[in-house]
Ligand binder design. Sequence first.
Ligand code: ZN
Length: 339
Amino acid sequence: MKSIKLYILSVLLLVASSAFAQDAEGAKESADSLQGTSKEQPNPVHPVRTLGKVAVIDTLPTGNDALSIVLFNDNTWRYILSENYKNDPDIFSDHWNTSATHVYTDIDVNSLPEATALRLVDSLESYHYPYMGRITSRYGPRKGRSHQGIDIGLKTGDPVYATFDGKVRFSKYSGDYGNLVIIRHNNGLETYYAHLSQRDVEVGDWVVAGQQIGLGGSTGRSTGPHLHFEVRYKGQSFDPERIIDFNSGDLRRGELLLRRRHFSIYAKYEQDFGDEEEVAKQEEAERKAAAAVQYHTVRSGDTLGALARKYGTSVSRICQLNNIKSTSILRIGQKLRVR
Ligand SMILES: [Zn+2]
């Protein structure tokens, strides 16, 4: 009897150990594949669920001033960052022109900082690809013109989604772009969705990542149905592949260190991978720099001088980071970037 028990025990152990070996093998494989991609994508962010054609019907306060709840017309809801707690309260008023496609025409690229750290997503703000399909034309010079976005083939009528949370700045037919929707996001980035056959959002609408904003088409200067997708910061376009991996649909990382040189039409994301090791090092440094970004919520009695001392920086640096003057009046609750 004892030997039978021992036999059963040893068989169980054998089964368990072979299962463990398989697991270990599987774990090793996934570790390898993770390592294989880690150079290119340190912290990829997966898309949120597709919301489809939902609309925000109400925004409700919560017990926490920094948080609001948005209610959608499909009976779902989500937390969002309250408007006055966004990093820069001027994002949705500065250069807010709802009748022009390009509104930062007075800002020269050389006046922008050498590098800008942007949070693309956080625990409250999420991401969804605009459309998943084959890239038919990349960012860069094209036949003597500048192709300032990326083209993704689609079928007319396919849904197109908001990439991040934000507010619709522009929604109408506009020349070469055809039916165009432009969304300004909480970090100041703007995304452009062109050649749509139908627009489902209007100027001033708050949208969330994964919300259907229109249907793909071929309106404007277009030779066939495709989505022309642009990403711009202060009016300057950069390669959308810098932030989105259109093969997997993932966002490459949660933070972006946007360099002034990225605004060149010749600065293609792919080409930056000429020297992988160098790029891996650079990305690690960029990741650290982006992670070092720090915010301060203004309290009663705060002054720029005191904040500069507290965070070991200078008044002029804080002003530069927040695009404010040293004489600007601070508001209680205002969120300032201090590092
Ligand atoms: Zn295009």
